[in-house]
Design a binder for this molecule. Structure first.
Ligand SMILES: NC(=O)c1ccc[n+]([C@@H]2O[C@H](COP(=O)([O-])OP(=O)(O)OC[C@H]3O[C@@H](n4cnc5c(N)ncnc54)[C@H](OP(=O)(O)O)[C@@H]3O)[C@@H](O)[C@H]2O)c1
Length: 290
C-alpha cells in the first residue's frame, strides 16, 4: 500500500467514521488516529487504511501520528479541553510540516459569541490562520444524526425533547459533511476557504418529529421543555456541566433563529444537493427502530 498522506482524527465518531467510509469507498489511502487499538476494527482489513495510536493529550503521539502526512482532518469533541487539545494538534502539525489542515468547526463560529463552542472553534481557527499553514474550515449546522441519541427514548415514549421552541434550524446530514471533507482533503482549490454547511431546508423540531413519524410509521412527538429542564436532563444523562451548559447556549442560539439560514456550499463543493431530513429519516428508520 502507498503510504497515506492524509490523517483523519475523530475517526471513531459520528463524522469521522462516515468520512473514512467514503474515503475507503473511493479508494483513497488514509491513516486514522485512534486512542486505543480496540477501536481499530473498522479499518483493520482495509487495504487503503493505516491505523496509528494518538491522543490529543499526548503531544509526542500527535507528532508520531502526523509523520509523513500532508493533509489532516481535525475533529475533537466539544469538551472543556477541546481548545487546548486542538491547539496541541496544531503545534504538532506545525512541527511535522503539515501542509493543509481541514478543521471541523461549527456554523457561526465567532470569538465574541455567547456560545462557548462557537468561541473555542473561532479561537482555534484564528490560531491556525496565524501559523500560515493552508487550511479549510468546515462550519456545519446542527447534525441530523444527533437525533439518534434519542432513539431509546423515542422507542420507549414516542417523544424527544429540547428547548428549541418553534425556531427552524437548517440541520445537516453528517454524510454531506463527510462528502465535503473528502473533497477538501483530496483535491485542490479549498485552501484558505471557510465553508458554512447547511441542509437544504430549515425545519422546526416539531416538523422533524412529523417527518420521523412518517418514516417510522409510528407517532413521534417533539416536546419543547424549559431550558432549565433540558439542562438538568443533560446532567442526568451524564454530560459534564461545561458541556451541558454549552449545549444550552447552543439551543438558545437555535431558538433565536440564528441557525435557520441556508447555504449552497454542499452542492457547490460536491456537485450534489444536500440530503434532506426526509432522506435522513428514511435511511436511518431501522437505526431508530432497532
Ligand atoms: N453535534 C452537532 O450537531 C454539531 C454541529 C456542528 C459542529 N459540531 C462539532 O462536531 C464536533 C464533534 O463531532 P462528532 O459528533 O463527529 O464527534 P464524536 O462523535 O463525539 O467523536 C469524537 C471523536 O474524537 C475522539 N476523541 C475524543 N477524545 C480524544 C482524545 N483525547 N484524543 C484523540 N481522539 C479523541 C473520539 O475517539 P474515542 O472513540 O476514542 O472516544 C471520537 O473519534 C465538535 O467539534 C462539535 O463542535 C457538532
Amino acid at each position: 500500500m502507498k503510504t497515506p498522506s492524509i490523517l483523519i482524527t475523530g475517526a471513531t465518531g459520528t463524522v469521522g467514521r462516515e468520512l473514512t467510509r467514503q474515503l475507503a469507498e473511493q479508494g483513497h489511502a488514509f491513516r486514522v488516529m485512534v486512542r486505543s487499538l480496540d477501536k481499530a476494527e473498522p479499518w483493520r482489513s482495509l487495504p487503503s487504511a493505516e491505523v496509528v495510536m494518538g491522543d490529543f493529550e499526548d503531544a509526542s503521539s500527535l507528532r508520531t501520528a502526523l509523520q509523513g502526512i500532508d493533509r489532516a482532518f481535525l475533529l475533537s469533541p466539544s469538551s472543556e479541553k477541546a481548545e487546548a487539545q486542538q491547539l496541541a494538534f496544531l503545534e504538532a502539525a506545525r512541527q511535522t510540516g503539515l501542509k493543509h489542515l481541514v478543521k471541523l468547526s461549527q456554523l457561526a463560529a465567532d470569538e465574541n459569541s455567547p456560545v462557548r463552542f462557537l468561541r473555542y472553534h473561532a479561537a482555534v481557527e484564528k490560531a491556525i490562520q496565524q501559523t500560515g499553514m493552508e487550511y479549510t474550515f468546515l462550519r456545519p449546522n446542527l447534525f441530523m444524526q444527533g437525533l439518534l441519541g434519542f432513539k431509546d427514548l423515542i422507542r420507549a415514549t414516542g417523544q424527544f425533547f429540547a428547548s428549541a421552541g418553534e425556531a427552524p434550524v437548517s440541520v445537516i446530514d453528517v454524510r454531506d459533511i463527510a462528502r465535503v471533507a473528502l473533497h477538501c482533503l483530496t483535491e485542490e482549490g479549498h485552501q484558505g476557504k471557510t465553508y458554512t454547511l447547511t441542509g437544504p431546508q430549515a425545519l422546526t423540531h416539531r416538523e422533524m418529529a412529523a417527518e420521523l413519524s412518517l418514516s417510522l410509521g409510528t407517532e413521534v412527538r417533539y416536546t419543547d421543555v424549559p431550558s432549565e429542564e433540558m439542562h438538568q436532563g443533560l446532567l442526568q444523562a451524564g454530560f459534564p456541566e461545561w458541556q451541558a451548559a454549552g449545549l444550552m447556549e447552543d439551543y438558545a442560539h437555535y431558538s433565536r433563529q440564528e441557525a435557520a439560514f441556508l447555504t449552497s456550499a454542499v452542492e457547490e463543493i460536491t456537485g450534489a444537493k444536500p440530503l434532506s431530513f426526509r432522506d435522513f429519516a428514511r435511511d436511518y428508520a431501522e437505526a431508530f427502530l432497532r
